[in-house]
Design a protein around this ligand. Structure first.
Ligand SMILES: [Zn+2]
Length: 110
């Protein structure tokens, strides 16, 4: 479907691969979305913590993709979740939106 961009008034194809990749509002062309710093929707990432059976999933919401990437980098740099330093993560803005903690009590299941 062709739409007119609300910013630059260019026609663009809303279903193009480029538009789908960069996201943004339906009435913004992909060029303008990129110029404006990308999709305004929050970035949701899941991080798996724990060891083996106790694996847990944390779902975090970030204000931007770069924050999410930075958090992921810090996360991967930490050697183990029990010993992880938290200092380097404190300057990244995020919100915990969900957590799926491993079940410590399960029995008989692999
Ligand atoms: Zn535009």
């Amino acid at each position: 479907m062709l739409k007119i961009c609300r910013h630059c008034e260019d026609e663009f194809e809303t279903t193009s691969a480029y538009k789908r990749r960069v996201g943004g509002y339906i009435d913004e062309c992909p060029d303008c979305v990129e110029e404006n710093g990308g999709d305004p929707a929050p970035v949701i990432r899941g991080f798996v913590t724990g060891d083996g059976k106790m694996a847990a999933m944390q779902i975090l919401k970030f204000g931007s993709e770069s924050d999410a990437n930075q958090y992921g980098k810090n996360w991967n740099n930490n050697s183990g979740w029990q010993n992880r330093r938290t200092g380097s993560m404190n300057d990244i803005r995020f919100e915990k939106v969900g957590e799926n903690l491993g079940n410590a009590n399960h029995k008989g299941k692999a």
